[in-house]
Each structure stands twice: as C-alpha cells, then as structure tokens.
Design a protein around this ligand. Sequence first.
Ligand code: GDP
Length: 198
Amino acid sequence: MAGPLPLRFLRSYADPDLLPHVNAELALMGRSNVGKSSLINALAQHKGLAKTSKTPGATRLLNAFEVGNEDSGRWLMDLPGYGYAKVSKTEQAKWAEMLNAYVEERENLVAVLLLIDGEIGPTPLDLQTVEWLEHLGRPIIYVATKADKVRPSKSQKRRAELTAKLGVERKDVRWVSADKGQGIPELRALVLETLGVK
Ligand code: GDP
C-alpha cells in the first residue's frame, strides 16, 4: 500500500493557455464542499497543503501540484469546485468557460478524478459534469467522499444507489474518507499508477 503521496504545490494558473507541457496530468474535480481540499491533504498527509476553508466566491484558479520527484512532469491539477450557488451568473459562466477550455484542450490529461459526495450522492450538476466529460472523451475515475458519514447499516444500499445513478459498476467507484483514512492508501496507489510515477 502506498504511503503519503509525494505532492508539491507548484503554482496557480488563471488561464489554461499558460500551462506548460507535462508528461501526464490528473485533474481533481467536484462540486464545492465535496471534500476536495481535505482529500488532497489526506493523500499527501499534509494538513495545510490545500486550503480547506476557502473564501466563497474567491478567485477561481487551477492549482498545480507535482507528483513524485522534482521535475517529474507528472501533475495533479486541482480544479475549482463547481456549483457554488452564491457566485454570480457572470462569474459562473466565466469559470465554466475556463474549465471547458482546460478539459477540452489540455494535452496529456490522462483522467479526471471526479469527486461525488458519498453521503449525498450524485447531484444533477454532478451528472451533467459526467455527461460533459464523456462527451469530451475524458476517462473518469469516480471517488465517493466522506465514506465515514454513511452508517455501516446503510452502506450497501447507498453504494448501490450511487452506482446506479452514475450508471457504473460498484468496482468503478472508490470510497474514501479523508477524516478516517478509509480508501486513502488505495487511492494514492491509483494516482501513482495512473500518472506512471515510479
Ligand atoms: P472542498 O470545498 O471540496 O475543498 O471541501 P472541503 O475539503 O473544504 O470539505 C468540505 C467540508 O466537508 C468540511 O467541513 C470538511 O471538514 C468536510 N469533510 C471533508 N472530507 C470529509 C470526510 O472524509 N469525512 C467527513 N466526515 N467530513 C469531511
């Protein structure tokens, strides 16, 4: 099982056109509050790495992390959370445009880790995102967050519902808990394997 992920924050980008060439990249995506920052911190076992309490509506940036050795050229890209209701329509449209440009054009984007709240299940916006990623031909790795919030007695039913809504098989969804560590070593191993980090 993989230990803490060697993850270094590089910098933030406001414009996908300014991104340099990399060997392989994985993007992390999910609605705001899905537990994305907590997951990054858990993967790296580094509490302050991704900020968990962000200012709502703050500037939306692409946050680049390098995985493995320095200059490995294997990146994890933290994309801004979608669906934050209090952001203006104009702001949302701008962000959607930026995200679209990124997912459509980013070369060597090997897959998108799509985070779904395990307690809530896929929202209509999550399902829309799935459709859009499929349309663009990007492979999706499904990660259900906050697994610790689902009671063990409800777990089987909840997993069946979540996979049915996504239209995938149970084995295609990784359940994780950033708080309790469940599924974290397995996800670290998957990230390393997907990016081809030795
Ligand atoms: P982000 O907006 O997607 O970056 O979400 P955050 O990482 O900031 O988490 C949103 C909220 O969910 C915070 O209150 C976290 O403490 C909580 N949270 C995140 N991951 C977990 C988890 O694995 N278990 C539980 N119980 N709460 C979590």
